[in-house]
Design a protein around this ligand. Structure first.
Ligand SMILES: C[S@@+](CC[C@H](N)C(=O)[O-])C[C@H]1O[C@@H](n2cnc3c(N)ncnc32)[C@H](O)[C@@H]1O
Length: 274
């Protein structure tokens, strides 16, 4: 099968984070090896599907906040994932049709489905970069073809950094990515939590480390370090299920208050660069 001019990768022998996440979201882009890995993942943390859905809905609300309340019209989204509607550009272009969105991921399966990420409004623009967050120079250089870093840009890194262990210097990578962005730019970030429940997320991280990819879930304090030097927007760093539920896009799939922090399992926040 070919999509967007790229061969769809053949099923491998190893599960992958993007396809596992797609499975947890109820998508269709996963292989047997991913579904097999999902079984022990769900026994480690039976809330993994709720956590994935809550994370995705945080991304929708944060995108809405950035476009509507902060008036930002440019987005650089790293660790985009397999397209799942509504995608970031659909949320932002519904508010600002001229919004420009550049997506980036390191998984070839996301590239194979990138056509769904490129369906821009005529006034706006979208692009896709196949790259690893550990190569920030390449991402920034390519993103400059679509985005003007002289005006505020939102950098969104949603549910990705827990796959970048400390030895790969995730804090340094984020500083590099934020450095060229204009004052008034925003950081939208979520991160799997190590300190929000009684050990199920830690068990999930252990399973990912053994069966999927290097993984390091982090505490609230460790997640807060990604926002160092930026102005955190209300309500600060919260579980995904508690971040600005008033901005919900509806139809509301899980009513506010019906998901607990321990089930959501992911820290979330938005901050602005001075
Ligand atoms: C859990 S999904 C999150 C998708 C989307 N951001 C969301 O929150 O709905 C994590 C994504 O990060 C990507 N990813 C993992 N490690 C990466 C890396 N080193 N560089 C770029 N992308 C990476 C995976 O391929 C996957 O698509």
């Amino acid at each position: 099968m070919e999509e967007a001019g790229h061969q769809v990768p053949q099923p491998g022998t190893k599960p992958h984070t993007a396809r596992l996440y797609d499975y947890f979201l109820g998508g269709k882009t996963h292989y047997a090896v991913d579904r097999e890995a999902a079984v022990p993942a769900l026994s480690a943390n039976p809330h993994a599907m709720v956590a994935a859905r809550q994370n995705r809905e945080f991304m929708h609300r944060a995108a809405r906040f950035v476009a509507q309340d902060l008036g930002i019209r440019q987005f650089l989204d790293i660790g985009t994932g397999i397209p799942t509607e509504p995608n970031l550009h659909q949320v932002t272009q519904a508010i600002t049709p001229e919004a420009r969105v550049v997506y980036s991921d390191n998984d070839p399966i996301v590239l194979a489905h990138a056509r769904a990420l490129m369906s821009s409004t005529p006034q706006g623009k979208t692009d896709y970069i196949e790259a690893d967050i550990r190569d920030p120079e390449r991402i920034l250089e390519r993103a400059r073809q679509t985005l003007d870093f002289g005006v505020p840009t939102a950098l969104s890194v949603v549910a990705l950094l827990h796959f970048v262990p400390d030895e790969d210097d995730p804090y340094g990578l984020m500083r590099q990515l934020l450095a060229p962005l204009a004052p008034g730019s925003a950081l939208v970030l979520s991160h799997a939590a190590l300190d929000m429940d009684d050990g199920r997320m830690a068990a999930l991280a252990e399973h990912y480390r053994k069966a999927v990819t290097p993984t390091q879930f982090r505490t609230r304090e460790e997640t807060a370090r990604f926002f160092d030097g930026l102005d955190l927007q209300d309500p600060g760093i919260t579980p995904t299920c508690e971040w600005r539920m008033d901005l919900d896009l509806g139809p509301i799939r899980q009513l506010p208050g019906t998901v607990s922090a321990a089930e959501a399992g992911v820290w979330a926040g938005v901050a602005v660069k001075r």
